[in-house]
Design a protein around this ligand. Structure first.
Ligand code: MLC
Ligand code: AMP
Length: 494
């Protein structure tokens, strides 16, 4: 099957996708993406200014049609993060809605104004749905002609994600990995074209983009993207017939605190949580208010989704379920020796799967370090596996990777941003438990007199994506260090 499924007639009353209230039919999306693909056929890679809009979906689909790696750019990434991603990825074009204000700069490639390439005609394509091929000129032939580089092994995405130190690394995800990952999820979640998927997650990560946009296009189920993942928007979409709902734990915990919104989800088929641990009290409250025990699943940018509870199985709070079809997992002890699946002994979780990435772009050492000598990916997560194969994630090997609101944030990247402030002498960043966000980014800073906490928060928000900003800054006279002079993060306290 083609990565995005074949073109299929739309029910005129049921658009293929609706993003922040704007509907679009599948034939209209395909026609738009073909027009954009024609502009980027010779591109090495295309960066997409990934706002939660129809333009982003059309741009991403165009990259896939053209066989060109797509590099989603967080729309609020500050100049440092943006310059790094553009330079490191080698993107030769930037796809954005023309009104997107993009500063010129040495590393900013030429802009392709996506909205100007939308074919004229019915604005959302819905009225032409009865005869899509004639109305849009898009059918198998036209699409195939727009797809020169669609070898399954070729790169679909370069997704930038934080490591413990330094700037984000580009994760190379092949078309075959995306296809395998989506098919495995469709099987486990009984996801069919009779579903309507609802979510409001950002369109620059695996969760919101790969699962949340390519998933419905491949399965053929309509997508309602709510713009932001607010409880009220999810409730409205449920009342309008949404059946399958995706959220990070912060989204579910906000819904759990909003009984009116939660009640509206009673008519849904499946509620899915992922990207960070779903706290047991949130699981239980959601089950009580909605009548649905949420399905929890586990994954990473580097592996896509590998372990999940099933639609036809038990959903156990605090557990992430079983390996998906085609996925093998194992636990390794500190000595590298296998750890038994006894439901008690924690080990480093390692993965072997068709969904695993092809390496970090231009970083052979980091790539080599991420795999065992026999080719299994080291997730960096600590897990316990029950004798029946059910997995629980119990921690992370490194405290320098923070998960806040489902976003992965490297302590080192935030520390470097803080150290770029002229008034900062030393900085240490940690994740501290937070009821709403899971973890909150907290910075301990030794600074010159007169530097305020808010100045530092705004300084980081202005250079990196705003979600990487510390939410708490503690100005301290010195940082705790060991005899070697290394900062001891476990001794940091406000
Ligand atoms: C706040 N803002 C600032 C600011 N303070 N901007 C500049 N300077 C400052 N000092 C702005 C933000 O830019 C944003 O603007 C708004 O204020 C609020 O941002 P926020 O603080 O991020 O919102 P918050 O409510 O805390 O977000 C919670 C959340 C979000 C759940 C909505 O964390 C989220 O979307 N998380 C999803 C992460 C995700 O998808 N992860 C998947 C990774 S893939 P504006 O304009 O935006 O309103 C993965 C694999 C897998 O993990 O397993 O799935
Ligand atoms: P990212 O690369 O942003 O995709 O983040 C991947 C990390 O998110 C994993 O290594 C885990 O630490 C965490 N994660 C994802 N899903 C879950 C989950 N269901 N439970 C616990 N941690 C999770």
């Amino acid at each position: 099957m083609d990565l995005l499924g074949g073109p299929r007639p739309d029910d005129p009353g049921r658009p293929a996708l609706t993003v922040a209230g704007r509907p679009l039919s599948r034939p209209a999306l395909d026609a738009w993406a073909v027009a954009i693909a024609a502009e980027i056929r010779d591109a090495r890679a295309v960066a997409v200014h990934a706002t939660p809009t129809l333009e982003t979906v059309a741009a991403v689909v165009a990259g896939l049609f053209a066989g060109v790696p797509v590099v989603p750019l967080p729309p609020d990434s500050g100049p440092d993060e943006r310059a790094h991603i553009l330079r490191d990825s080698g993107a030769t074009h930037l796809l954005a809605a023309s009104e997107a204000a993009f500063p010129d700069g040495p590393d900013v490639p030429p802009l392709v104004a996506v909205d100007r390439l939308r074919p004229a005609g019915a604005p959302d394509g819905l009225r032409t749905a009865a005869a899509p091929e004639r109305a849009t000129g898009v059918g198998r032939t036209a699409r195939t002609a727009a797809v020169p580089g669609t070898d399954p092994g070729s790169t679909a995405f370069i997704l930038y994600t934080s490591g413990t130190t330094g700037p984000p690394k580009g994760v190379l995800i092949s078309r075959a990995a995306v296809a395998a990952g989506l098919d495995a999820l469709a099987e486990a979640w009984e996801w069919t074209r009779d579903d309507t998927l609802v979510h409001g997650l950002p369109l620059f990560h695996v969760h919101g983009l790969v699962l949340g946009v390519l998933g419905p296009l491949r399965v053929g189920s309509p997508l309602v993207h709510t713009g932001r993942p607010s409880p009220g928007a999810y409730a409205d979409a449920a009342r309008d017939g949404g059946t399958l709902f995706f959220g990070v734990p912060t989204v579910w915990s906000r819904i759990a605190r909003d009984p009116g919104a939660a009640e509206a989800l009673r008519g849904a088929r499946l509620l899915v949580s992922g990207s960070a641990p779903l706290p047991v009290p949130v699981f239980e409250r959601i089950a009580e208010l909605t009548g649905h025990r949420p399905v929890e699943r586990y994954g990473m940018t580097e592996t896509l989704i590998t372990v999940s509870a099933r639609a036809d199985g038990d959903r156990v709070p605090g557990a992430v379920g079983f390996p998906l079809p085609g996925v093998r997992t194992r636990l390794a002890g500190e000595d590298g020796e296998p750890v038994p699946a006894d439901g008690e002994t924690p080990g480093d979780l390692e993965i072997h799967a068709p969904t695993v990435f092809d390496g970090y772009l231009g970083r052979p050492d980091a790539t080599a370090g991420a795999f065992t000598p026999d080719g299994w990916f080291r997730t960096g997560d600590i897990a316990v596996v029950d004798p029946d194969g059910r997995h629980r994630i119990v921690g992370r090997a490194s405290t320098d990777l923070i998960k806040s609101g489902g976003y992965r944030i490297g302590a080192g990247e935030v520390e470097n941003a803080l150290l770029a402030h002229p008034g900062v002498r030393e900085a240490a960043v940690v994740g501290v438990p937070h009821e709403d966000l899971g973890e909150q980014v907290a910075a301990f800073v030794v600074a010159e007199d007169g530097v305020g906490e808010k100045d530092l928060i705004d300084f980081v928000a202005g250079r990196l994506s705003a979600h990487k900003r510390p939410r708490a800054v503690h100005l301290v006279p010195s940082l705790p260090r060991n005899a070697m002079g290394k900062i001891v993060k476990t001794r940091l306290a406000p």
